[in-house]
Design a protein around this ligand. Structure first.
Ligand code: ADP
Length: 623
């Protein structure tokens, strides 16, 4: 017998599961049955595609039995089984990507954590909520040697060779006080129906039935072992929409996603005609924990005529729709499709294209019929829709209708269509401001003149994506998208009067540029400022400050691009600056105009001490 240590993350996860999922402990049965079903799926697939497995002699099935006195519960399947190495790997480590950062994100608050853990998918380990000890007896088809894995879930597990007659896996739980209730026929029947009715392999429950015979006054008790099939066993997605309830969909979603919450939304489609396929997609209420990891786990399973093919193919759906959970079942693909074939397969790409269109169209109608629900969706998935704008040209127009932004004139979410509907007469472009923080963007001096004219400005405060997508986009319908953070954007606001002022202030601009040197690209007279004395913008062809941050973070930008300093010709400070030639005053004021503008943008100052010194000097003078 060999003893092994659980990987640190497993121990941590076990501890968390036991302490945060208590109120939902019955899901352990769903998890074990769904593992059994996966194991059967894998073997069934091999039996259809690999000669080595053509002559299997067991029925594909799941068997559940219990012992009321010994407090044990056994879930057995005739699936693919595991050898000793696989046992150690599968039930001793967590292969899921992002596990570490997932665990680091947990708060210690049981309620919050149970949601997160639900999304993570606890699987096998959830059985430790109801068991003190678990024994896994397993053998692979074709192997002569079986193996036994045992553990009390406290840091170590043992693996030893064991006798097993049939191939497949049999998992026995030694139930603790929490789990004792799961040794009655009615309780187990209830749970199997509730969680696993749609599992496509038969689930049998073994129980003792008692009947009385003979003399009515002195009946003889006769106990008989009975085995009954519990689940209806039809693949849920194949059933017609009209016979399915929301509850059916919700339970099915939970089995395939491991989520503890109901889904936000689902789309069930049956296509008939040139191509025959069924798809059922779910959108989780909360974005999957690994949605923003590069090595996310895809959530869509591919079946061919109800036979499971793969659940690990990132190409089944476009990357930006990686939050979708669900099933694609095609009648037209060959059973032995390999990953390479899938990638080039015309049928697969037609199904994929039609599915994307369908999901986006359903979201579009949701946005019209149920704003509240749509807003919930946007809260979680706006960022990936924006990614779609960038990556999915074919559906760009729909995606442009689906994304939402914050705005200077409306609370909540604004669409491009909302914006256009509110445009002022004579307004030619859609204006947006980018940066890291909604509050400071809305208060930014850059948008003063737009506000004054009644122009709406979209507030793009998601540094991960806004800048990249919008600069790539350029236009919405016939309207140019203009970044307020750029020097050219205020052109439209310029009047003849402004031109005259700009001429008059030329000497001041020269003074400022002489002081600030290469800290600024140039100083210009602004047409956009009303209250503030100055602001900074990026030169027309330079990346904005936000973009420079992004470029720097991915190692694409070495030096800063100096900003353009815009000054307000009507501001007292600027007027006084025109009137003075005192070297020290000109220097101090020039620096203040730049540093203040930087602060208003939330940017860092090169010389904060110098800034404070100048402010203090001016305060002294004023007092
Ligand atoms: P998940 O099912 O999410 O991968 P689990 O912790 O439930 O996570 O299971 C880990 C792995 O153990 C599975 O991916 C599978 O490879 C293996 N496994 C679990 N149960 C069985 C079973 N009944 N038969 C064969 N393999 C199993």
């Amino acid at each position: 017998m060999a003893s092994h240590q659980f990987q640190t993350e497993v121990s941590q996860l076990l501890h968390l599961i036991i302490h945060s999922l208590y109120s939902n402990k019955e899901i352990f049965l769903r998890e074990l049955i769904s593992n059994a079903s996966d194991a059967l799926d894998k073997l069934k697939y091999l039996s259809l595609t690999d000669d080595k497995y053509k002559s299997l002699d067991q029925e594909f099935r799941i068997d559940i039995k219990f012992d009321e006195e010994a407090h044990t519960l056994t879930i057995a399947d005739t699936g693919i089984g595991m050898n000793d190495e696989e046992l150690a790997q599968n039930l001793g480590t967590i292969a899921k990507s992002g596990t570490k950062s997932f665990l680091a994100n947990l708060s210690g608050d049981a309620k919050k954590d149970s949601n997160l853990i639900g999304q993570f998918g606890v699987g096998f380990y959830s059985a430790y909520m109801v068991a003190d000890k678990i024994e896994v007896l397993t053998k692979k088809p074709g192997d002569s040697q079986g193996w036994k894995w045992t553990s009390d879930g406290k840091g170590e597990f043992d693996i030893s060779p064991a006798e097993k007659e049939n191939y497949g896996t049999s998992i026995t739980l030694y139930l603790n006080d929490e789990g004792k209730e799961y040794t009655t026929r009615w309780q187990l029947e209830l749970l199997i129906k509730k969680y696993s009715d749609h599992i496509s392999f038969p689930i049998y429950l073994e129980y003792m039935s008692v009947r009385y015979e003979g003399d009515e006054k002195d009946p003889k008790e006769i106990k008989e072992k009975k085995i009954e099939k519990i689940n209806s066993g039809s693949a849920l997605w194949k059933r017609s929409k009209s016979e399915l309830t929301d509850a059916d969909y919700n339970e099915f979603y939970k089995t395939i996603s491991h989520d503890t919450e109901d889904p936000l939304f689902y789309v069930h489609t049956k296509a008939e005609g040139t191509l025959e396929y069924t798809t059922l997609f779910f959108i989780p209420k909360k974005a999957p924990f690994d949605m923003l990891h590069a090595d996310y786990k895809p959530g869509v399973k591919l079946y061919v005529s109800r036979v499971f093919i793969t659940d690990d193919d990132q190409e089944l759906m476009p990357v930006y729709l990686r939050f979708l959970r669900g099933v694609i079942d095609s009648e037209d693909l060959p059973l032995n499709v390999s990953r390479e074939i899938l990638q080039q397969n015309k049928i697969m790409s037609s199904i994929r294209n039609a599915s994307v269109k369908k999901v986006l169209a359903e979201l579009k109608s949701l946005s019209e019929s149920n704003k509240e629900k749509y807003n919930e969706f946007i809260k979680q998935y706006n960022v990936v829709l924006k990614e779609g704008i960038w990556s999915d040209w074919a559906n760009r127009d729909t995606l442009l209708d689906l994304v939402r932004f914050k705005s200077t004139v409306a609370d909540g979410y604004t669409s491009f269509a909302d914006y256009v509907g509110r445009m002022k007469e004579g307004q030619k472009a859609i204006y947006y401001i980018t940066g890291g923080n909604e509050q400071s963007l809305k208060a930014s001096p850059l948008i003063e003149a737009y506000k004054a004219k009644g122009y709406e400005v979209l507030v793009m405060d998601d540094p991960r994506i806004d800048e990249i997508v919008l600069s790539a986009l350029g236009k919405y319908k016939d309207y140019d998208l203009k970044s307020v953070n750029k020097s050219g954007s205020a052109e439209e606001l310029k009047s003849a009067e402004d031109e005259a002022k700009a001429d008059a202030l030329k000497p001041v601009l020269e003074k400022i540029k002489n002081v600030l040197g290469d800290k600024i690209k140039k100083a210009v007279v602004s047409s956009r400022l009303s209250d503030s004395p100055s602001c900074i913008v990026a030169d027309e062809n330079d990346p904005t400050m936000e973009m420079q941050e992004i470029l720097r973070s991915i190692g694409q930008q070495k030096d800063d691009c100096a900003p353009v300093l815009e000054i307000n010709p009507d501001h007292v400070i600027v007027k006084r600056l025109a009137d003075t030639d005192d070297k020290e005053t000109v220097e101090d004021i020039s620096w203040l105009l730049l540093d203040e503008a930087k602060l208003a943008e939330g940017a860092k100052l090169d010389d904060p001490a110098g800034f404070i010194r100048r402010i203090n000097k001016l305060a002294e003078k004023a007092l």
